[in-house]
Design a protein around this ligand. Structure first.
Ligand code: ACO
Length: 331
């Protein structure tokens, strides 16, 4: 029997604690006006000290299982897209496997920054084509853990969250119909966590130099993002033989309202088809796209057969876009 590979259910989880622009005004030399006009962000969620990526990721994963009417034992692979896993190793996917009781699942993490979820969708699709039955894909990041709250250029941007999707067989003609993933490693320097790896293990010196915090050349990432969101969207539309008019929901990585708007204008995407929640969560990295996807599913503005286009960019530098034809769930 021929089949396609699509999304069987979605879920999300964010911490309760809200960090507003007014809160940040008390910590660094910034203003609500600057943050709102330059980024579109009004507030973000911050995980409490006792919450790690696996906690939020497991919650989102369980909710995705519920929405797909599946149990954890139905899953044969877990892929967790993250750059802020519980520990450098073991994989956060393994910790989540144990937490949710997915005892039949293989598990690994994938590091592609904010493009991680789209990368993981592409891998999951190919694993299902190769014989896996159901893959739990989770995008989770707690960027608050690696953010320097004395650096006004970065601390206003990031928040914590998780989103998940179950990937499996759907009816022919539905599902993930085209993807475009890629990387430009020459831009690796522009967004990085300098210390804590084999290049520069953590020492008193690296801590003194604040090298255990995320470090970013914002303008470089901005230029890359605007260009690549357009290019990757054009490529994935061409692969799917669609035009931007065919897309019901355009779901860009939620990093900065100016990046989103500029890409949407160039692509001719009208506001009623452009999903934006960056004002409530800031940039949640690998969680951003699945969080948005789950909010759209919950809003009930999606019909069987609608086309969704997700597109992201991130550390690496990486990018990823996918077109999903919604629905086609088999029995
Ligand atoms: N409050 C007030 N002033 C600020 C703040 C702040 N929070 N941050 C920076 N400024 C100042 C700067 O110091 C600078 O002052 P100067 O002109 O006196 O030097 C001025 O504002 C302008 O700074 P720019 O960096 O040019 O501001 P820009 O308009 O480019 O916005 C921003 C900066 C928001 C970081 C933007 O470059 C951006 O969004 N870049 C993309 C970042 C991104 O998306 N990263 C995530 C990638 S995904 C991942 O994998 C994690």
């Amino acid at each position: 029997m021929s089949f396609s590979v699509g999304i069987l259910g979605t879920g999300r989880a964010v911490p309760d604690q809200v960090l507003t622009n007014a809160d940040l005004e008390k910590r660094v030399d910034t203003t609500d006006e600057w943050i709102t006009s330059r980024t579109g962000i009004r507030e973000r969620r911050i995980a409490p000290n006792d919450m790690a990526a696996s906690d939020l990721g497991a919650l989102a994963g369980r909710r995705a299982l519920e929405s797909a009417n599946l149990s954890a034992e139905d899953i044969d692979l877990i892929i967790v897209a993250t750059i802020t896993g519980d520990m450098p190793f073991p994989a956060t996917a393994c910790i989540i496997q144990d937490k949710i009781g997915a005892k039949n699942a293989a598990a690994f993490d994938l590091s592609a920054g904010c493009s991680g979820f789209v990368y993981a969708l592409d891998v999951a699709k190919n694993m299902v084509l190769g014989g896996s039955k159901r893959v739990l894909v989770i995008g989770v990041d707690l960027l608050s853990r690696v953010t320097d709250y004395s650096d006004r250029a970065t601390c206003v941007l990031f928040g914590d969250g998780a989103g998940a999707a179950i990937v499996g067989a759907v009816a022919d003609g539905y599902g993930i119909i085209a993807t475009d993933i890629g990387a430009d490693g020459a831009g690796a320097e522009f967004l990085k966590l300098p210390a804590g790896g084999s290049r520069r293990p953590v020492t008193d010196r690296t801590i003194e130099n604040r090298e255990h915090y995320l470090c970013m050349a914002g303008n470089e990432v901005f230029k890359f993002a605007v260009r690549i969101m357009g290019d990757s969207t054009h490529r994935v539309l061409a692969k799917a033989r669609l035009t931007s008019e065919d897309i019901r929901w355009f779901i860009p990585h939620q990093a900065n309202i100016r990046i989103i708007k500029s890409a949407a204008t160039r692509l001719g995407i009208s506001d009623d088809r452009l999903f934006i929640n960056v004002e409530r969560y800031g940039n949640t990295s690998a969680a951003s796209i699945p969080l948005a996807l789950d909010e759209i599913v919950e809003s009930r503005t999606l019909n069987d057969g609608d086309y969704l286009l997700v597109v992201g960019f991130g550390a690496g530098l990486t990018w990823g876009a996918a077109i999903i034809r919604w629905g086609g769930i088999i029995g």
